[in-house]
Ligand binder design. Sequence first.
Ligand SMILES: Cc1cc2nc3c(=O)[nH]c(=O)nc-3n(C[C@H](O)[C@H](O)[C@H](O)COP(=O)(O)O)c2cc1C
Length: 354
Amino acid sequence: MSEHLRFGVWAPVYGTWASFHHPEEPVDASWDRTSALIRDAERLGYETALIAQHLINPFGEQHDQLETWTATAALAALTERIELIAAVKPYLHHPVVLAKQAAQIEEISRGRFGINLVNAWYKPELERAGIGFAEHDQRYAYGAEWLHVVRGLLAGQRVDFRGEHFRVEDYRLRPIGTHRPRPAIYVGGESEPARQLAAAQADTWFLNGQPLDDVRALVDDGAARPRGGDPLRFALSAFVIARETDAEAQEVLQHQWELAERDKATWEGLVADADPKAVMFRTFARNPHIGTNGGTAAGLVGSYDTVAKRILEFRELGIGTLMLQFQPFEAEQRRFAAEVIPRYRELAGEDVST
Ligand SMILES: Cc1cc2nc3c(=O)[nH]c(=O)nc-3n(C[C@H](O)[C@H](O)[C@H](O)COP(=O)(O)O)c2cc1C
């Protein structure tokens, strides 16, 4: 586990992480917004940012969608300290090309880059491109080979690989390892093959937001799996609603639920386009929430003290990174940095001043 808990933010690649009708947050997936938001996050002390990947906005093709890899490269040039994690769906990129791009962003960022391997759930994007949408476990088998190649290349190895999906011969990339041995590797997903892949090849397993006991069970499962090298680390996604009092936060949550009513058809459309075998959608159905990827199901809703205490509970069960969503994003990420992070650091006895 890292020495202190790291706070991060989800770049607003869809234009919003919650309501499409919030009075104080126009839907905006533009580069201008993301670059300003991430630079602000860095100034506020957030240590990492996740740039999710979709080519078509899964909430509806009429909505804008930020492109992950080009945006992350530009963010790498515009920031100095914050880690930048780009999501990648293996079927969209040949592993040799992707490894080269990842190595370049690692150079531009001077050792602040990570990839988050995600094995896809949104069918139309791949189907309409003619790539096809393979069956759930097949996608993981493909992803495991893909990551094996990418990981080897990023570690500076000469890669010779013959698998079911890829044949790579005598391949080596340069420059590699200028700033550290290789970029960070994350895997997001909850199914059995996702767990195997995370334990076998990732540094960090990315979890969807969910109640404490469910997160504990996932962390215990991940930690018990055999693997080589350093212990597996854990990151958790969550949507935050923090206010002076618990009652005020609950009122805001209630308002978000009212707003969510207006997006009901949009969400139903998204679920209809999703792989029914994607395990994370079952988790979402069990835990109604605001936000994506579990959102408020992680329980970061309440007074500043309540939220800080809940974060400490996650920390104590092994979460090393919290990746956060807010609405309206810019104002709430500022509030969280001012009100919750200092309370959490105090509670946890974490000194991050040096
Ligand atoms: C933190 C996190 C981030 C994710 N980001 C993306 C993403 O950017 N694009 C995407 O298609 N899926 C994303 N996913 C979804 C995973 O790909 C998803 O869990 C998978 O498609 C379904 O696999 P499963 O059955 O193993 O849960 C993310 C998942 C997590 C936990």
